[in-house]
Design a binder for this molecule. Structure first.
Ligand code: SOE
Length: 387
């Protein structure tokens, strides 16, 4: 019999909408799913907005207090899709009352908080997952397969860029993603966190880092109400200080001897969600960028030299991990589908009574790198990563 998992989702904006769609569509695209999410309750502070979200996204009901949601006996899984400053408190209470926890990235606003969260879920013996959704892009899963099969050989370089441009306009308002108290950091935690997780997934652990950052626009207009499920907001009166970096770069040395470089910025005009990486090894290379997310570039030094060159693999065949759940070959998928794939991983793990992947251990590992990059920027020095 298929198990039912009653879900309580906290947050109804961008990630709340992405996760809602995933819960809704999972059985349609993954008929083999062993546990089915039941969309019990969605929670948010504004009653009017959360009520609208509940009915539009397909939730049975809504709450305006997360504390109340966590006390409900009919909730099995708590989904934390709110800004980072709330993650620790919600996750700890959720674990204490025996709920499984699915938390958006970065896991917390500090390594200390991330570790508290990990300890709480481990103590409670609940399932825990962190929302590094890009792991479920079929082309990235293919990159992992190609590396694990030894086709890239010994890896020398990991080169990541995560480029956006939504705040280049100096009059773009001071939204919560630019407020350190709420979000912990700028593109470091918001964007480089994804690149770091991909690096951990494909390459292994990072040994040491050295970084630099800049805040180009120091003050911005204060915002009025946020627009639903997007990054834009209306401007109100007055100006306030930007307390996070606008761009960050760091170098890394991996424990396996490879060299890494990471760049994350919201000031790359023309780049909208360019989450890209290239890996170079003794036998070949692979390259990916999310704006062309169905394709993986692969170069093999083992091809005959007269036909050597990067080949473009369209990762939509049924033998490509996750792709088989979707459309016939060549009928490409998009951003939203990665969340369905992610929820599939979570549901299978719950049904099989094992930890999903990536879990809070991966979240803490990423957080340790984020914090070490910040330390190295402050010290203007190389710093070893300790988790
Ligand atoms: C906004 O910068 C954002 O939505 C991030 O918060 C996501 O994690 C990333 O996938 C896309 O950009």
């Amino acid at each position: 019999m298929v198990k039912e998992v009653n879900v309580g989702l906290i947050g109804y904006s961008f990630m709340g909408k992405a996760h809602s769609r995933a819960y809704k569509e999972i059985s349609m695209f993954y008929p083999d799913v062993k546990a089915v999410p039941v969309m019990k309750v969605i929670c948010g502070r504004s009653e009017e907005a959360v009520k609208t979200a509940a009915s539009r996204y397909g939730w049975e009901g809504y709450e305006t207090s997360w504390e109340k949601l966590l006390q409900r006996d009919d909730i099995d899984l708590v989904d934390i899709s709110v800004p980072g400053n709330l993650h620790q408190e919600i996750a700890v209470v959720a674990a204490e009352v025996g709920k499984d926890v699915f938390c958006e990235k970065p896991l917390a606003n500090s390594l200390k908080d991330a570790k508290i969260m990990l300890k709480a879920v481990q103590k409670a013996g609940v399932k825990h997952m962190v929302g590094f959704n890009y792991r479920t892009v079929p082309a990235i899963a293919l990159a992992k397969r190609i590396i694990d099969e030894g086709k890239v050989g010994e890896i020398y370089h990991f080169r990541a860029v995560y480029l956006q441009d939504w705040i280049v306009d100096p009059d773009f308002p001071l939204v919560w993603r630019l407020d350190k108290e709420v979000t912990g950091s700028g593109p470091l935690g918001d964007l480089a966190a994804h690149s770091i997780d991909i690096a951990h997934h494909l390459m292994g652990d990072i040994d040491e880092v050295v970084g630099m950052e800049e805040t180009f626009i120091k003050e911005r207009p204060l915002p009025a109400a946020a627009k639903e499920a997007g990054l834009a907001v209306e401007v109100a009166g007055g100006r306030g200080e930007v307390t996070v970096e606008d761009a960050v770069l760091f170098l890394a040395r991996f424990k396996n001897g490879a060299l890494g470089s990471f760049e994350a910025t919201r000031f790359a005009s023309g780049r909208k969600n360019f989450n890209g990486f290239e890996i170079n090894g003794s036998k070949g290379s692979i390259a990916f960028n999310f704006q062309d997310m169905n394709k993986l570039l692969y170069f093999s030094r083992e091809d005959e030299s007269h036909v050597q060159g990067f080949r473009t693999i369209l990762a939509t065949e049924s033998e490509h991990k996750y792709a088989g759940a979707w459309w016939p070959p060549g009928h490409i998928i998009g951003y939203g589908e990665t969340f369905v794939n992610e929820v599939y991983e979570l549901m299978q793990a719950i049904a099989e009574d094992r930890q999903p992947s990536p879990d809070f251990t991966d979240g803490v590992k990423c957080q340790a790198v984020l914090e070490t990059v910040s330390k190295s920027i402050a010290k203007k020095n190389w710093v070893k990563v300790k988790s």
